[in-house]
Write a protein that binds this ligand. Structure first.
Ligand SMILES: Nc1ncnc2c1ncn2[C@@H]1O[C@H](COP(=O)(O)OP(=O)(O)OP(=O)(O)O)[C@@H](O)[C@H]1O
Ligand SMILES: [Mg+2]
Length: 152
């Protein structure tokens, strides 16, 4: 895993070669998160955003089988020791539509908020949100970049 620092941002880059490796990335990431954290997932259709959330859920002690893209409902809540709020901004025109279904309130609720197509709502989430960019390199190979606004 390569690390680099640019001003206040820290970037980590990983490669995964299968969906299971991306789930493992998510499981490991879960252990580094705290209640109240927000993750923005960016990457084209099929890049592996939902797959990563499945790993994240597992790492939080939730059933990964319950994780499906909340494309039509916008938000799915998963209750556990640390709740997971899984959102999908794919179908929305702008952040207002997620704000209307209560986006801002989720940040007060001591859970982990993860938003697929998160780049669409970047201006409406806490400034310390973690960005995860998933890129299809070739076949099953994915590049995952994790960007934290501040080193912590
Ligand atoms: N390295 C990999 N990481 C993640 N998924 C992979 C990988 N290699 C192959 N895949 C496959 O790619 C697909 C990723 O689907 P997934 O639903 O996670 O993508 P998504 O980014 O959430 O797409 P959407 O934008 O439609 O919600 C799955 O079928 C998965 O098995
Ligand atoms: Mg998805």
């Amino acid at each position: 895993m390569a690390k680099s620092k640019k001003s206040q941002r820290s970037t980590e880059e990983s490669l995964t070669q299968s969906a299971e490796e991306t789930r493992a990335f998510g499981r490991k990431l879960a252990g580094r998160l705290r209640p109240g954290d927000c993750l923005l997932l960016t990457g084209e259709l099929g890049a592996g955003k939902t797959t990563l959330v499945q790993g994240l859920a597992e790492g939080l002690g939730l059933d990964p089988k319950e994780i499906i893209s909340p494309t039509f409902v916008l938000i799915r809540e998963h209750d556990g020791k640390i709740p997971l709020f899984h959102m999908d901004a794919y179908r929305i025109g702008n952040a207002r539509e997620l704000l209307e279904v209560g986006l801002a309130e989720y940040f007060q609720r001591s859970g982990i908020t993860v938003i697929e197509w998160g780049e669409k709502v970047r201006g409406s989430v806490p400034s310390d949100a973690i960005e995860i960019l998933l890129e299809i390199v070739k076949g099953d190979l994915r590049r995952i970049r994790l960007i934290r606004p501040k080193k912590s």
